[in-house]
Design a protein around this ligand. Structure first.
Ligand SMILES: [Zn+2]
Length: 357
């Protein structure tokens, strides 16, 4: 592997010689995370992302933590967390320590919201669903909506009057006209203007549920995650989460420049490193959907497909091996190369039938 061939000059793939090993953890040890949502069984897309996160951390001698992202309780399915953990073990993607469940951490998220409120960076939004739909347009192909800032312009009397009246509201973060650059190890540098490209995202929904962006940021900080590996549809979220991190970090470091992820080979919990992956499409070019049972690990397992077949296929999709041959995750540690993934950043099309052969 030759890190200098990467256009962004990141050294992440350079060598494992000078990074800490699992046996000798240091403050700079890489800590990756698996963060499944228990809304159903894992599918091939989840296995592909989990394998990449596992390989990224393990190939650097790092640790891997497991977080069950069940904050959106109404969308979660009973027992899915257990099934997911069983599927991860079946694949050979073990993690370190005890998993955490977001649903058990609401006090932590409330504390973060209070801090942001005392900093004056969040505000209540009283817009109805219909108003939001009418006022927003989806941005690019990640389906992201930019909030036009309607309630940010309310004066403080009006805001207080509506809060006192108990009007239904969410809480949004007021994004500044500031650029944040995400140094992605696969997609290179992406600069987002927070106000224009992200807008004032919701941190607490009007139903009281803490939003993804806040829960993930708080947990990544609390779990001291340094290595974030996930689908490229979350590149924009990386900028948002870096900014939330920056706001939560104040006022410890008031002079700190705009949050950026690390260029160095040793990211820190306050300066994580990102690798966003090409997404998976089905044969017709549509994004993989959970309702497609053929890509479900439950269906694959019931059909007698081996974990090695799934792992080898995912590694081939990633682009780190030439053929979709059966593999154990540990057999792929040497092959894992973000530079190689980056040589083809296009989304991958999967052929489900190949798995059943
Ligand atoms: Zn509003």
């Amino acid at each position: 592997m030759n890190a200098s061939s990467e256009s962004n000059g990141l050294a992440a793939d350079a060598s494992t010689a000078d990074v800490p090993t699992a046996n000798a953890p240091t403050v700079n040890a890489w800590i990756g995370r698996l963060a499944p949502s228990p809304t159903g069984r894992l599918h091939i897309g989840n296995a592909y992302a989990a394998l990449a996160a596992w390989l990224s951390a393990r190939s650097r001698g790092g640790r891997l933590v497991l977080r069950i992202e069940d904050i959106d309780r109404p969308r979660c399915k009973a027992g899915a967390d257990t099934a997911i953990m069983e599927d991860l073990r079946w694949l050979g993607l073990e993690w370190d320590g005890d998993p955490i469940w977001q649903s058990a951490r609401t006090a932590l998220y409330d504390e973060a919201l209070q801090k942001l409120q005392s900093e004056g960076v969040i505000y209540p939004c009283f817009c109805s669903r219909g108003q939001l739909r009418a006022a927003s347009a989806p941005h690019d192909d990640d389906g992201f909506f930019i909030y036009p800032g309607t309630c940010r312009r309310l004066n403080s009397e009006e805001r207080q009057r509506r809060l006192d009246a108990g009007d239904r509201h969410s809480w949004r973060i007021a994004m500044p006209d500031t650029d944040v650059t995400v140094h992605d190890r696969i997609f290179g540098d992406h600069t987002f203007n927070l106000a224009r490209d992200c807008g004032d995202v919701v941190l607490r929904r009007s139903d009281g549920i803490v939003a993804y962006q806040l829960a993930v940021t708080v947990d990544d900080m609390a779990q001291r995650v340094t290595d974030i590996v996930r689908g490229r549809d979350l590149l924009r979220s990386a900028a948002i989460q870096l900014w939330i991190r920056h706001c939560l970090g104040r006022p410890d470091r008031p002079g700190r420049p705009v949050a950026e992820s690390s260029h160095s080979n040793a990211p820190t919990p306050s300066n994580p490193s990102f690798a966003h992956l090409p997404l998976l499409d089905d044969e017709s070019g549509k994004r993989l959907a959970k309702r497609n049972q053929a890509i479900d690990l439950a269906t694959l397992r019931a059909s007698g497909v081996s974990p090695q077949t799934v792992v080898g296929y995912c590694a081939w999709l990633m682009g780190i091996v030439d053929l979709p041959e059966p593999q154990n995750p540990s057999d792929l540690l040497a092959a894992y190369s973000e530079a190689r993934i980056a040589t083809n950043p296009q989304d991958r099309a999967i052929d489900v039938h190949a798995l059943y052969e």
